[in-house]
Design a protein around this ligand. Structure first.
Ligand code: LLP
Length: 435
């Protein structure tokens, strides 16, 4: 469904735009987003709920990549939004994202952030801990409003991509633990607070998940407690949010499922459990980040220097690296790449792709077969759309790349390239220097 192809010049084309031309126009490193693919993913998740005939809601987890343009696009596609900070909320406000479709996550929301969210009139707080519950009640009392919330529960199921561990003794900074009675206490407290309205519960089991059993296990666990809370507190959740975490294919080794398969498994289990404990089927919410934008992003770098260590390895360096994509250095994440201007050339050598930061760990890809390259060739690294730009830094005072959206042969600059002035614009000199 992506609109990536090889054009007759042997160049990589995305969304009808030649990436070599994009690099000329916008410079490199450049993150190119295939808008059609983002739309397709958003529609696939939404359509899955429609096809299954269940009330579902898809919220974009903005932490994967947040900017005014992407939030406008997600809004256009009918998604809700999950924000985790004042900064993400501010961006949403600037994008005129409908406040009622925003929910606010985070394990340490400041008073300032909470006030900002209340001023904007966001739909839901996903309350993470007792401190937040108390503060939110106080703020809402002052404002004389009753704020809808979800309570974030920690179900004791943790996804490790391919398998799951049941952690009897949960150890996570997030949420109220089901196992040790914290969740029940939190619900009891929340239900007693006059300015808080508990509409449902939330859990999130991990990220880059390829199977459905972890979700099923988490839902089973949640419902075991919901049954108890129905009896104890007459509480029935109107909403069950099972988080995000749906995997994508970074390299051929990864085997994610289609959005429909994840949604189907989740919906079936929620329905089954609701029937089992005789409650109305709650609205099912999901909040994918990576699976909406991850494989829609491609980073175009210019190749520069080369170092050959005979019999050991050849390094080629690009004009970005860990400053625009920390994932290989931080998580040993694997990526695939091609030479964007030499797609019709045969692979001739195996090289390792280094970033330009002053740090040995700044390697983007180890041992990848590529055609012979020289300085000035363009390397396209795939699947950089999630947690790339959003985790970018100015390490070494490298300016952050530009981001461009492409669709139907047209390109739109979504984030300008940082200039050196941008990188130092908050600096306060010790002395005024003479020009
Ligand atoms: N909901 C909650 C409560 C989350 O904590 C997350 C991700 C998501 C939704 C979205 O998960 P996704 O669908 O994108 O997997 N920086 C890491 C990923 C951190 C994920 C944090 N939470 C990475 O680059 O792999």
């Amino acid at each position: 469904y992506g609109s990536m192809k090889v054009n007759h010049f042997g160049h990589l084309e995305i969304g009808g735009c030649d990436t070599v031309k994009l690099a000329e126009k916008y410079g490199t490193p450049l993150i190119v987003y295939d808008v059609a693919l983002i739309r397709h993913r958003a529609r696939s998740f939404r359509r899955a709920f429609e096809q299954l005939n269940v009330n579902g809601h898809v919220a974009y987890a903005g932490k994967a990549f947040s900017s005014v343009a992407i939030l406008q696009l997600m809004n256009e596609e009918g998604l809700s939004l999950d924000v985790v900070s004042g900064g993400e909320l501010f961006t949403a406000m600037r994008a005129q994202f409908p406040p009622e479709k925003i929910h606010f996550h985070g394990n340490n929301k400041s008073d300032e952030e909470m006030e900002m969210a209340l001023d904007y009139g966001i739909g839901y707080f996903v309350v993470d801990n007792f401190h937040e519950l108390k503060r939110l009640q106080q703020l809402c009392e002052k404002r004389k409003i009753r704020q809808p919330i979800l309570l974030r529960m920690t179900p004791g199921v943790e996804a490790h991509t391919h398998d799951y561990i049941l952690t009897g003794q949960e150890d996570s900074k997030f949420g109220f633990d089901l196992q040790n009675g914290q969740a029940e206490k939190a619900l009891e407290v929340a239900l007693s607070l006059p300015n808080i309205k508990v509409d449902g519960i939330h859990c999130h089991i991990g990220s880059q998940i390829f199977e459905t059993d972890g979700f099923i296990m988490a839902i089973e666990k949640l419902f075991a407690y919901i049954k108890r809370w129905k009896e104890r507190f007459h509480f029935v959740p109107a909403i069950v949010n099972v988080g995000g975490g749906f995997g994508i294919r970074y390299t051929e080794e990864d085997e994610p499922l289609e959005p429909y398969s994840y949604v189907k498994a989740i919906a079936r289990e929620v329905i089954r459990q609701a029937e089992r404990i005789s409650i109305a089927v709650p609205d099912i919410w999901i909040e994918p980040g990576r699976s909406l934008v991850g494989d829609a992003g491609t980073t175009i770098y210019t190749i520069g220097s080369r170092k050959e260590i005979p019999g050991v390895r050849t390094y080629i360096s690009v004009d970005g690296g860990m400053s625009d994509n920390i994932r290989p250095a931080l998580y040993q994440a694997k990526y695939d790449a091609v030479v964007a201007n030499k797609l019709l050339k045969k692979t001739e050598e195996t090289v390792s792709v280094a970033g330009k930061a002053c740090e040995s760990g700044d390697m983007l890809i180890w041992d990848i077969p590529l055609p012979q390259t020289t300085a000035g060739d363009l390397l396209a690294v795939f699947c950089t759309g999630a947690y790339g730009y959003s985790m970018a830094s100015n390490y070494n005072r490298l300016p952050r790349p530009a981001v461009v959206f492409v669709e139907n042969g047209k390109s739109h600059l979504a984030i300008k390239r940082e200039r050196y002035e941008d990188v130092m614009h908050l600096d306060v000199p010790l002395y005024e220097t003479v020009k």
